[in-house]
Design a protein. Sequence first.
Lengths: 245, 236
Amino acid sequence: MTDPFVLAAAGEVGGDFFKERDVGDLCQAQPDQVFCFDWARENLDRFATPTVQHLQIVIPALLIGFVVAFALALLAHRTRWLQPPLLAATGVLYTIPSIAFFFLLLPITGLGRDTAIIVLAAYTLQIIFRNTMLGLNNVPASVKDAARGMGLTQRQILWKVELPLAIPEIIAGLRVAVVSTIAIATLAVLISAGGLGTQMYGSNLTFPTSIIIAAAIVMLMALAFDVVLLLVQRFTTPWRRAAQG
Amino acid sequence: MSFAPPLASFAGAIEFIFTPQESNVTGGKKVGGFDKTVELLIGQIEVTVLALAIALIVALPLGLYLGHRGKGELIAVGVANAGRAIPELAVIALVATLIGVGIQNVAPVLAILGLPPILNNAYVGVSQVDRATVDAARGMGMSELAIVRKVELPIAIPTVMGGIRSAAIAIVATATIAPLAGVETLGDFILNRNVYGENGLLAGALLVALLALTLEGLLALLQRRLTSAGLKVKTA
């Protein structure tokens, strides 16, 4: 049996978008149907590798984005005048569409996963940095005064009072960053970095069943990460549950 | 695929924007140049503005209404969270295969990507307006519509505009892959590498980045103009 699908390879980007594609014998009876269940049942396993590749892009990007953005937020918290320039700089990285960013980096970092990770990490900076900074800024002065009065050092106030109180905002930012990054990572196919985009683009572009399954996996992945972050928030902010009774 | 050193690559890309050149792949045929750039730029602005307008017409009144009534948080906020998870590539690919190509099909679908942030921010912005302020307006005899227009919306403008800016960025970014669905935008330079070559690819990426930053800058300016002086004092 010949594989009707050819993964979008480097040279194929921008190739023949609408070329005829053989969907095998399974869907020949109704070539126009939106979703071919027979094909889906037989071919679900072909989505395993792209799903793993997707995670291999998204998880490092989010970890790097979080570490850098968190460090920047702590820096901006201590050195207030850095807040506007850092907001502006991360804002530029956020505004540049990822697809353009991918190709702007191409002459420097080349095709493949590294470029995708860098671009997506840069994209998340603004969201995480901004929320972390606002969360820290929003801690009431009276709470910090009370902590100081109890003899806590500046460092203790940051880690034991300010950061815990900022957790809801930090997690809110992370949730937005995680869900958007998982969706945008589909574009990584354009720079041959693999991922679930491979099942939507190239020769798969004309086959709705494949696109729909890949999109569903992307959205389920986003949902799963979102739920995990919500649980993290629940367990790291026990006082909120206590307050709700 | 091989690239020249970075600086030479970008120099070639900038040249491509202004002067038609023989690409390294088409063999003699001249591609790119200022006229083509302007044509594609207009194409991208056209589909972006149209999609943003549709998104605004649908989501803004709904968000303001729900925020004013303080109802439907689940819809407004839930739609926003789910909407962010929609992969743009799948949206464009499905339009092309299931609905059809061309701006009349692509613009409404691009608008879907703009709905969540506009709806969410309009809802959040209006519902967070101090209820005492709204009661005062009601006590002065303002109609509900007047309250939304003259009290809630002006106070919520920074949040509402934040949503519109997010929507605009999402739409202009996705319009870049609209050539996959038969709408000629700057993304054509990027996606049709075998026509425009490496210079076209980089030129397209540069232009798309500049377009997005310009759009964001213009909307930020608009937000400043629309925000009432009283609110600016507080945030400054």
